[in-house]
Design a protein around this ligand. Structure first.
Ligand SMILES: C[S@@+](CC[C@H](N)C(=O)[O-])C[C@H]1O[C@@H](n2cnc3c(N)ncnc32)[C@H](O)[C@@H]1O
Length: 360
C-alpha cells in the first residue's frame, strides 16, 4: 500500500491541478443525479458559476430544518454546498468548510464576499479552513461544536475512514447528525486498485465495502446508520471499466445521529409518533430515511431508535410521542439493521450513464 502522505499528495494534485471542472472527470462517481427539491434549485441559482463548475459531489447532502444551526462541511472543495447551506442556516447560523487542497480553498475563499452580498448578509456566515478531516482538532475544531456535519464524496478519499467518523462524532453536539454522501463498494477493494491514482482520485478505489462502513460507524458511536438514498454507479470509461470489472459501486447518502443510547438493533417498545407538521421543506410528509415516511397527522408505530432520532434531535417540536421505553416486544419488524444496498438502481435516480445523464 502507498504511504498515507503519498495518497494525500495525489488527491491534492488531482483536485488541485488535474481537474479544473467537473467536465474533466473520467467517471460519474463524483456526479449528482438527483431531482433537487425546489428550495435547493432556487438556492443553487444564487451560487457563483465558478463555484458550481468545480463541484464534484455525488449526492444531495442538505438535510432539512437547518435554520440558525452551525454546520461543518468535511472536504468542502470549492464551496458549493457551503454556499447552499449559508442560505439555509440564515444569518444567525454558521457554515465552516474544511479542505486540504489549496486550489479548492482559493476558489471557495475568493467568493465569500460575492455570496455575502448576494444573500444580503451584513457579515458572511461562511468560513473555510485548511486541514485534514482525519484530524479536526489540528484545524482548531472543538468538541461538540456543530449541530450538523455534511460531506459530499470525500470520505472515500481519506486513508483512515475510521478517524474521519471518530472526529465527526467528537465535534457533533448530542442530538446532532452527520448527513453525507459517499461511494461504497459491494466488496473489499484490493491494494493494487487502491494504489491506482486515477481510480482513487475518481472516488472509486478508496470506497469502503459497505458492511465495513456499518461496522466502523457503530464502533465510533453512530449506532444505527440510516440510508437516505442510494444509486448504483455505472462506468462508461473503458480503461476504468476494465480495471474495476466485478466491483459494483454505489453512491449512498447516510444520516448518522449522535444520540447516546441508540441500539445496534432496533427494538420495539410499543411506541408511536405523529408528525404534526412544521418542518418547512416537508409540509405534508416527513422523510427520515429511505423506509420511514411520516404523513402529517397519522400515528405511526416506531422502534426505540427511530423514536429517539425524532425526540432527541431538532425534529422533536414537530412530532407527538406516544409510549416509553418500559415495554419490550423484541426486534422491530421491518426496521432491521444490515440493510444491503440494492443490486439494481433504486429510488428516484435511474441508472447513470456518464455520457447522457447531464450530471455535474
Ligand atoms: C470529490 S471532491 C468533493 C468536493 C466537494 N465536497 C464538492 O462536493 O464539490 C473531494 C474533496 O475532498 C478533499 N479531501 C480529500 N481528502 C481530504 C482530507 N483527508 N482532508 C481534507 N480534505 C480532503 C479534496 O481536496 C477535494 O476538494
Amino acid at each position: 500500500m502507498k504511504e498515507v502522505s503519498q495518497l494525500e499528495n495525489e488527491v491534492q494534485d488531482y483536485y488541485g491541478k488535474e481537474l479544473q471542472s467537473s467536465d474533466d472527470l473520467k467517471t460519474n462517481a463524483c456526479c449528482t443525479v438527483v431531482d433537487y427539491p425546489q428550495k435547493i434549485k432556487q438556492a443553487l441559482k444564487n451560487v457563483h458559476d465558478e463555484v458550481l463548475t468545480r463541484y464534484y459531489g455525488c449526492g444531495l447532502t442538505i438535510p432539512t430544518q437547518l435554520h440558525g444551526l452551525r454546520v461543518l462541511d468535511l472536504g468542502s472543495g470549492a464551496g458549493r454546498d457551503c454556499y447552499l447551506l449559508s442560505q439555509l442556516v440564515g444569518k444567525d447560523g454558521h457554515v465552516l468548510g474544511i479542505d486540504m487542497t489549496d486550489e479548492q480553498l482559493e476558489v471557495a475563499n475568493r467568493h465569500i464576499d460575492w455570496h455575502r452580498d448576494k444573500f444580503s448578509y451584513s457579515d458572511s456566515n461562511v468560513s473555510f479552513v485548511k486541514g485534514n478531516i482525519q484530524d479536526l482538532s489540528s484545524a482548531g475544531i472543538e468538541t461538540e461544536d456543530f449541530h450538523v456535519i455534511v460531506s459530499n464524496c470525500v470520505v472515500n478519499l481519506a486513508a483512515n475512514k475510521k478517524a474521519v467518523l471518530q472526529e465527526a462524532h467528537r465535534v457533533l453536539k448530542d442530538g446532532g447528525e452527520f448527513y453525507f454522501s459517499d461511494v461504497y463498494c459491494d466488496r473489499r477493494i484490493p491494494h493494487h486498485l487502491v494504489n491506482d491514482r486515477e481510480l482513487y482520485g475518481e472516488c472509486l478505489s478508496g470506497a469502503l465495502y459497505w458492511n465495513d462502513f456499518f461496522n466502523i460507524a457503530r464502533e465510533v458511536g453512530f449506532s444505527d446508520p440510516r440510508i437516505v438514498d442510494s444509486r448504483r454507479l455505472t462506468i462508461e470509461n473503458k480503461s476504468v471499466l476494465k480495471k474495476t470489472e466485478g466491483y459494483n459501486f454505489y453512491s449512498v447518502t447516510h444520516r448518522l445521529f449522535k444520540i447516546p443510547g441508540l441500539e445496534p438493533a432496533c427494538e420495539d417498545y410499543g411506541q408511536a409518533v405523529r408528525y404534526i407538521g412544521g418542518v418547512e421543506e416537508e409540509p405534508l410528509f416527513f422523510r427520515l430515511d429511505d423506509h420511514h415516511l411520516f404523513e402529517k397527522g397519522k400515528v405511526v408505530p416506531v422502534c426505540g431508535n427511530t423514536w429517539s432520532m425524532l425526540e432527541n434531535t431538532r425534529y422533536s417540536d414537530y412530532f407527538e410521542f406516544f409510549g416509553n421505553f418500559e415495554n419490550h416486544f423484541g426486534i422491530f419488524p421491518g426496521c432491521g439493521t444490515e440493510i444491503p444496498y440494492h443490486d439494481q438502481p433504486t429510488n428516484s435516480s435511474e441508472t447513470l450513464n456518464s455520457k447522457d445523464s447531464g450530471c455535474c
